[in-house]
Design a protein around this ligand. Structure first.
Ligand SMILES: [Zn+2]
Length: 290
């Protein structure tokens, strides 16, 4: 146990393996110690916590690990929640349905942290060396991720709803003492409505459903009192364009650029062939003169 206190985990693990070989009551505890050490050495791996939880759930009496007093059933619960939380944060997929599922699962595990851990500090975080929070604080972090995940999918179909979800995420971050600036910026962008300068259709959600496109609004245009002027950034150096207009213009201009590029390449290759032929004929001529 002195090795554990000094955090010499590799050496301690070897000793515990020897204890297991001897068998008996000590062997069961040594097995748990090894699972704890494995979690410490690989503290972002959910499988480590699931394994540790299973061994803890079989243990009834309290024990010590290093300087930490351990209540096995309580620590097992923390391990289960932590494994679940890491599993969720590893969920891939960028479709609105996948992001919504991920967000809802975050909100679900956040509720479990509130009800099962509450105001107690998370002992497992202390043991494996990750940020130590109370159950309530951990829940707030996870809730913020949950709302942010759902919002990032919802914005494609309903930017106003996405802004509302981000308000919830912002409230969580505020309670955690963070500035929540990223959420605030997105709330502002997603709540913004303009008219497209090209087709005149209304659009909501800057950066997603409409974009600013570099342009030059001349002083004469600025004074025209046009309704669309309200839909231009204040510096008059760009106009707002809805996503369909924007993508059709950029795709067409990509095609044109590609055509020009190919034509230029062909001309260069033809010129190179002409130069090579000329060099060859000069070579032949000077060989003749020698
Ligand atoms: Zn448009």
């Amino acid at each position: 146990m002195d090795l554990v206190k000094r955090k010499e985990y590799a050496k301690a693990r070897k000793n515990f393996e020897k204890t297991i070989e001897k068998g008996g009551r000590e062997a069961t505890l040594a097995g748990i110690y090894i699972d704890i050490i494995d979690a410490c050495l690989d503290n972002n791996n959910p499988a480590r916590y699931a394994k540790l939880a299973s061994s803890l759930e079989r243990e009834t009496g309290g024990f010590e690990f290093g300087l930490t007093e351990i209540d096995p059933q309580k620590l097992a619960k923390e391990c289960r929640l932590l494994a679940e939380r890491i599993d969720i944060s590893r969920m891939q997929g960028s479709t609105p349905a996948a992001l919504e599922e991920k967000g809802n699962r975050f909100l679900d595990v956040a509720r479990k942290y509130q009800s099962q851990i509450g105001n107690d500090s998370l002992k497992i975080s202390e043991i494996v060396g990750i940020q130590v929070n109370t159950g309530i604080k951990e829940a707030l972090h996870i809730q913020a991720w949950g709302y942010e995940s759902i919002a990032s999918g919802t914005v494609l179909t309903d930017p106003k709803r996405a802004a509302e979800l981000l308000q919830n995420a912002y409230a969580c971050r505020k309670q955690l003492g963070q500035d929540g600036q990223r959420d605030l910026d997105l709330i502002k962008a997603y709540s913004k409505s303009v008219k497209c300068w090209i087709c005149g259709r209304p659009s909501t959600g800057e950066g997603v459903h409409f974009l600013a496109m570099p342009s030059d609004i001349s002083p004469f245009m600025r004074s025209s009192g046009d309704d669309l002027l309200k839909s231009a950034p204040g510096d008059y150096n760009s106009v707002y364009v809805c996503r369909p207009c924007y993508t059709s213009i950029s795709r067409r201009s990509d095609e044109i650029a590609r055509e020009y590029h190919e034509r230029a390449m062909q001309e260069m290759m033809a010129m190179e062939a002409r130069l090579r032929a000329e060099i060859r004929s000069i070579g032949a001529y000077s060989a003749m003169r020698r």
